[in-house]
Each structure stands twice: as structure tokens, then as C-alpha cells.
Design a protein around this ligand. Structure first.
Ligand code: ADP
Ligand code: NI
Length: 221
């Protein structure tokens, strides 16, 4: 379904709002992450027959409510709710977008599954941006931002963790692959998401294999 002029106006205003909110972030939630997730969400929505307006809007706004950028998750959601209301976004659309954003984050794998196709699309798009070449880049950027090492062979990856352990304990960029990134392939919701995840997963596996070879000076000439 094509968007009308009013709906295109909402998207344009959301774009400006999110850009202002996130353009100074260097923790991996920067503006270009939003641009990539939005592009993936629109592509997957088209392939899966999901509502593009809802997917695009939720993709644009999904990190504005992030707990890392707000006092807590609820106040972040409240901020987005108010923005949607003051910009005249239809209440039906507003509720759908808010419900997607409320359930988006990985949280160490502790959130319930998405109950709408649009939510599944946007969640797949966000997760795909943590995988593949982009995902590798973001992981090392995040570790640098946190002051973590890229690798410490004496620090074993954590097997099971609570939400706050996932967020708070020190880890390394390399451990983040087994703690989260290599699990994402099996968590994809949609068929398009699964197909894109397949290649991105292989890219990460190849990268890790080469990383460990180089670490041990066992790489081929
Ligand atoms: P989201 O909430 O969307 O899952 P996060 O804030 O957890 O995103 O992560 C932002 C980016 O940083 C992602 O690419 C993620 O994989 C990466 N990241 C998150 N935690 C760590 C960590 N402990 N070490 C390295 N990279 C991480
Ligand atoms: Ni995100």
C-alpha cells in the first residue's frame, strides 16, 4: 500500500527528530545504525507483505527509547509516545509502533517473542545490523567505547546470564560473538530475515576462524 502525503510527513518528521536525538551517540546506536535498520526493515516488510509505514516508523524510533540513553526504559517509551501524539500520528499506528519498540531490545535474550508481523520485521532488521561485517565493526567499536579488551583468552564467554549481568559485567569483543551474535541466526522471525542472516552468520564465523589463527600465529601464508 502506498503512503499518503500525511503519512510521508510523519516519516520525515520522525527522521529529523531521531537524527537530533542520536547524532552524537558513539556507542553503536548512532544515526547510521538507524538508517541501516530502516533500510532493512523496509526491504523485509516488502518481501513479507508487512505494513511498511509501521515498520519504517518503528525502525526510525526504536533506539530513541533505549534505556542507555534515558533514565530508564519507561521514561524513554513515554518520550516516544509523547512525540507521536504531538506530531498527530494516528492513535492506531501510534499504539502499534509503541508496542514494537517496547519489546525490541535483546536484553540478554529475555524479552517475549514479537506478536505482530511488523514487530518481527523490525526486530529482524535490528538483529541483522548486529551481524555480518557491520556487526563485527559495531562490536569492536562498542568494546572500545566501554574500555573492554578485544580479546582475553583467560576470560571465558558467559554461558547463561541475567539481564543485568549481560549489561554490566566486563566482557570482550570476541566473547560477545558467542554470548550474543552467533545466537541471532536461530532467533530470526521472518523468512527474508533468515535468508539474510545465513550469509551474515557465515561472515562472522569466517572472521572468528581467521582471528584465532592470527592470534596463535597459525595463519596461512
Ligand atoms: P540492542 O539494544 O539494539 O541489542 P546494544 O545496545 O545491546 O543493542 O548493542 C549495540 C551494538 O553493540 C550491537 O552491535 C551489539 O552487538 C554491540 N554490543 C552490545 N554489547 C556488547 C558487548 N558487551 N561487547 C561488544 N559489543 C557489544
Ligand atoms: Ni538498534
Amino acid at each position: 500500500m502506498k503512503m499518503n502525503e500525511e503519512q510521508r510527513g510523519w516519516i520525515e518528521r520522525a527522521e529529523q527528530y531521531v537524527h537530533e536525538e542520536l547524532c552524537r551517540d558513539s556507542s553503536g546506536h548512532d544515526w547510521w545504525h538507524i538508517v541501516r535498520v530502516r533500510r532493512l526493515a523496509v526491504r523485509i516488510a516488502g518481501e513479507e507483505g508487512a505494513d511498511v509505514l509501521i515498520c519504517e516508523m518503528a525502525a526510525l524510533l526504536h533506539d530513541v527509547a533505549d534505556a542507555k540513553l534515558n533514565p530508564d526504559h519507561d521514561s524513554g517509551l513515554h518520550k516516544v509516545a509523547q512525540w507521536l501524539e504531538s506530531n498527530g500520528v494516528d492513535s492506531k499506528i501510534r499504539d502499534k509502533v509503541l508496542s514494537i519498540i517496547a519489546n525490541m531490545s535483546y536484553n540478554g535474550g529475555h524479552n517475549p517473542p514479537m506478536d505482530s508481523l511488523e514487530g518481527q520485521v523490525v526486530q529482524d532488521a535490528d538483529r541483522l545490523d548486529a551481524m555480518g561485517a557491520i556487526g563485527i565493526g559495531r562490536t569492536f567499536a562498542y568494546a572500545g567505547w566501554k574500555g573492554h579488551l578485544m580479546h582475553d583468552p583467560n576470560l571465558a564467554p558467559r554461558e547463561a546470564m541475567t539481564e543485568s549481568e549481560y549489561r554490566q559485567q566486563t566482557s570482550t569483543a570476541i566473547n560477545h560473538f558467542s554470548e550474543k551474535l552467533l545466537k541471532l541466526k536461530t532467533l530470526m522471525n521472518t523468512n527474508s530475515g533468515k535468508q539474510l542472516a545465513h550469509k551474515r552468520h557465515l561472515v562472522m564465523e569466517e572472521f572468528l576462524e581467521q582471528f584465532h589463527k592470527e592470534w596463535n600465529a597459525e595463519d596461512d601464508e
